[in-house]
Design a binder for this molecule. Structure first.
Ligand code: HEM
Length: 418
């Protein structure tokens, strides 16, 4: 879960030129507030083009091709040749060791990837996810009952973040009382996925990782002695994973389980409340809900980018890439590629091919929790808007200060009557 690409950028201390669109997209408030204006400007530069220290693409089909191409990997440090300057900097100021060792499935290539993913995947089959339906409905109803009638509410802290954290905590067998602590840890480790993370943010994240790791080792030891009927217990008893591998899988599931879905639910609320005609349509034709969630994932990706590293000398999209070259894949840009999605900035819950978005990535690392996230978001958004038909936003939403895990930290709203 540690972002090597980010670390190399930090180590190189790349001085980004003023006016560099990529720097503006990945390195500051402008790229967080409105990434799409910058994405559209950069799309004009062509399919695969060079930015400061990497290649980048916003092209839907090319992103998908690279994600499925085994000549690319997720970029483990030993595979990536560092520049002489980066090496010198790293010698002077070494990257603090990553306490979560070995890396999670998200950061490893084949054949190890399958060994790590397979046992966890058993808990996310369509049948396993379908069994969670009632629990998701129950959690959502409890949260909605606790919201004020006709009163002010922050829809992120009281609702959007609470649905996914409750479900993933239960799935992993954690006590309810630890949820707020997980949210705090999530805030501390999430910046690791951003490009160009600062040393301060990195060391805060490493300290949080250490605390998470210690917490999980302890939890795993308890489950070995007394297994429950949660995913982690079944991994502890059945899977051929070491305790450290179990820890990294659990950390990934926890982080991926709530740090992304909160963004999908938050964005869904904003897109629907800002497009009342679309919400009316959903009230008249509730069977459109699942496509509406796909359209939110498409138009405003909760995970905006990922990256891959060339493992060999290769040619793609007319470019020659050397081993170690990083390619940034803008999932958000791919989802607004006009060649695939006509009039891409238009929010249309009836869009026929909305589901072809790359919001959950593609290839071997395609999101394991996609079915769960879809079910949580569909249920949460529908129940919220049906319970409070006059729900409205009262103040401008606050963005999370993150570029990759893109979403809102606060959504001040007024519920209206039930
Ligand atoms: C991987 C997005 C929810 C578990 C990914 C990737 C993306 C993604 C883009 C792949 C990154 C890459 O290719 O480099 C999302 C979004 C979500 C969401 C947008 C919600 C809206 C979840 C949930 C879970 C989950 C709820 C589990 C409880 C995972 C795991 C991986 C993953 C385990 C790693 C798979 C692998 O490396 O083989 N997700 N995710 N995600 N996601 Fe999700």
């Amino acid at each position: 879960w540690v972002n090597h690409h980010g670390l190399v950028r930090a180590a190189e201390k790349v001085k980004l030129r003023q006016g560099d669109l990529f720097a503006r997209l990945s390195g500051g408030p402008e790229g967080i507030e409105n990434p799409y204006a910058l994405i559209e400007e950069m799309r004009g530069a062509g399919g695969l083009h060079r930015v400061t220290s990497a290649w980048i693409t916003f092209d839907h089909d090319l992103c998908r091709e690279i994600l499925r191409d085994n000549r690319f990997g997720t970029g483990m440090p030993e595979l990536v040749p560092l520049s002489g300057r980066a090496r010198a900097l790293l010698q002077r100021r070494p990257i603090p060791p990553n306490p979560v060792d070995p890396p999670s499935m998200l950061m490893i290539d084949q054949p190890e990837h399958t060994r790590m993913r397979k046992p966890v995947a058993a808990a996310f089959t369509p049948r396993a996810v379908a069994r969670l339906r009632d629990r998701i409905a129950g959690v959502t109803d409890e949260l909605l009952t606790a919201l004020p009638d006709d009163g002010p509410v922050d829809l992120v802290t009281r609702f959007a973040s609470q649905v996914p954290i409750a479900i993933i905590s239960e799935m992993l067998g954690f006590p309810d009382s630890d949820r707020e602590m997980f949210l705090q840890w999530g805030d501390e480790i999430s910046p690791l996925l951003d490009l160009g993370i600062s040393w301060q943010a990195h060391s805060r994240a490493m300290k949080a990782s250490e605390r998470i790791h210690a917490y999980l080792l302890d939890h795993i030891e308890r489950l070995r002695a007394e297994p429950g009927d949660d995913i982690l217990s079944s991994l502890v008893t059945a899977a051929d994973l070491t305790d450290h591998e179990l820890c990294t899988s659990a950390t990934l599931l926890m982080g991926a389980g709530f740090e992304t879905t909160v963004n999908l639910i938050g964005k869904g609320i904003v897109w629907l409340l800002e497009h009342p005609d679309q919400l009316d349509r959903l009230r008249a034709e509730p069977e459109l809900w699942s496509n509406a969630v796909e359209e939110v994932l498409r138009i405003d990706a909760p995970v905006q980018t990922t990256a891959r590293v060339a493992l060999t000398d290769l040619e793609i999209a007319g470019r020659r890439l050397r081993p170690g070259s990083t390619v940034v894949l803008s999932l958000a840009g791919a989802n607004r590629d006009p060649a695939v999605f006509p009039d891409p900035a238009r929010f249309d819950i009836t869009r026929e091919n909305a589901k072809n978005h790359l919001g959950f990535s593609s290839g071997i690392h395609v999101c394991l929790g996609a079915g769960l996230a879809r079910m949580e978001a569909t249920h949460a958004l529908r129940a919220l808007t049906e319970t409070f038909p006059d729900l409205r936003l009262t103040d401008p939403p606050t963005r999370r200060p993150l570029f990759t895990l893109h979403g809102y930290s606060h959504l001040p709203a007024h519920t209206g009557a039930r």
